[in-house]
Design a protein around this ligand. Structure first.
Ligand code: LRH
Ligand code: MN
Ligand code: MN
Length: 388
């Protein structure tokens, strides 16, 4: 059986990064429901993130999205985060909201538009220098809607050239993380649709370029844990954007639709050294809380990742190897299922109490008075939103 002290130690090493945009209002293309107390500034988003960290103990990092989190002084924002026990995490670029990007950004046929997109990415690296962020996370909405609209390979060439310019600008301890997504907003071809395309581009760039797996960005039925295992084997897994989906890019709370899939993914992370801080896998959330309260939803999401992690760490690797070597299919499967079916909530409550945390973070947050305070104090001004 796995040693419980070692499991607890691994849980203590885990860090989950929360997205600034998860604290703001979001919705669908049909309606954005505003919620009382939602942050109006990047600083207020950090104040909320600090509460998530206070009650979970493992969420000190906050990812920013530029220009959604534009401020005058990024070093000051980094200092603001630090005063609250936080760090600024990945800088997410945004080359999808301007009219200029109708036909794409870094893959656009017009070099002037490509230049504009690359300039934005270089600005994001400047921001990283100011905040101390180590990861530039790139997702491109680029693609085409109709057969013949543009040349598939020419677009890959433009992508490679644009990425190379950005890669050159990175500092020694900074990474370029390239996220893929099957479709949307492009509906015929997408320029980075899958892990293979991201991997090929990253390999050409070099060691500081790695792939991001957003769990909502695959075709239904895709075996995501297989992708994770392969990328770890190649040392090309830069991180995750965790969320849950029933249909497409739903961005629901991670682990809600299919907690078993989350466990299977995290087992491959465990099996392939991905929980070792030296492997440097970024465990990020990328979610939008459209109808639920935001801070408790982020807390619940962090807990869902932590529960699945605990189960993954509980897999009896020795017994599994023995069953695999003996070709005992049922015994091997039983070892994995035993871990998955373990109720880890008492273990995690104990782990929290050992750190002076509330055993139930959701209840702890509900009782702390923060929600009432922000509802009373955050009046006037414009609420932050997904895309604002
Ligand atoms: C694209 C995506 C990407 C963006 C985020 C807001 O669907 O997953 O990570 O930066 O959503
Ligand atoms: Mn994402
Ligand atoms: Mn997405």
């Amino acid at each position: 059986m796995p040693d419980i002290a070692a499991v607890k130690a691994a849980l203590s090493d885990q860090r989950i990064e929360t997205p600034s945009w998860g604290y703001g209002n979001s919705g669908t293309r049909f309606k954005v429901f505003a919620r009382a107390g939602v942050p109006r500034t990047a600083q207020e988003k950090l104040d909320d993130a600090a509460k998530v960290h206070e009650f979970t103990g493992i969420a000190p990092k906050v990812a920013l999205h530029i220009p959604w989190d534009t401020v005058d002084d990024y070093a000051a924002l980094g200092a603001y985060a630090k005063e609250r026990g936080l760090e600024l995490g990945a800088i997410n670029s945004n080359t999808f909201q301007d009219d200029d990007y109708r036909l794409g950004s870094v893959c656009h046929p017009d070099p002037k538009v490509r230049r504009k997109a690359v300039e934005h990415l270089l600005t994001c690296v400047d921001i990283m220098d100011a905040t101390g962020s180590k990861d530039l996370k790139l997702w491109f909405a680029d693609g085409t809607n109709y057969p013949g609209q543009d040349d598939i390979v020419a677009r890959q060439d433009r992508l490679a050239e644009s990425l190379a310019t950005v890669y050159e600008r990175l500092g020694d301890d900074q990474r370029l993380l390239l996220e893929y997504k099957l479709f949307e907003p492009a509906f015929y071809t997408t320029d980075v649709p899958d892990w293979g395309t991201s991997y090929l581009q990253c390999v050409k760039l070099g060691d500081k370029a790695q792939v991001v797996v957003d769990t909502g960005h695959h075709a239904p039925g895709t075996n995501i844990e297989f992708i994770v295992a392969l990328l770890l084997r190649e040392r090309k897994l830069g991180g995750f954007d965790f969320n849950s989906r029933f249909y497409a890019d739903d961005d629901l709370m991670v682990g809600s639709a299919d907690p078993f899939q989350l466990f299977r993914i995290l087992y491959e992370v465990s099996r392939n050294g991905g929980f070792d801080p030296a492997t440097n896998v970024a465990f990020m959330l990328d979610q939008c809380h459209n109808i639920e309260a935001k801070i408790p939803a982020v807390i619940r999401s962090v807990m869902n990742v932590q529960e699945a992690t605990a189960k993954a760490l509980l897999v009896d690797r020795e017994a599994l190897s023995a069953a695999q070597a003996a070709g005992d299919v049922l015994a091997a499967n039983a070892v994995v299922m035993d871990a998955y079916n373990t109720d880890v909530r008492p273990l995690l409550a104990e782990w929290r109490e050992e750190r002076g945390l509330a055993p139930d973070p959701v209840a702890g947050y509900a009782a702390c008075g923060w929600q009432e305070r922000i509802v009373a104090e955050r009046v006037g001004g414009e609420q932050a939103g997904w895309g604002a």
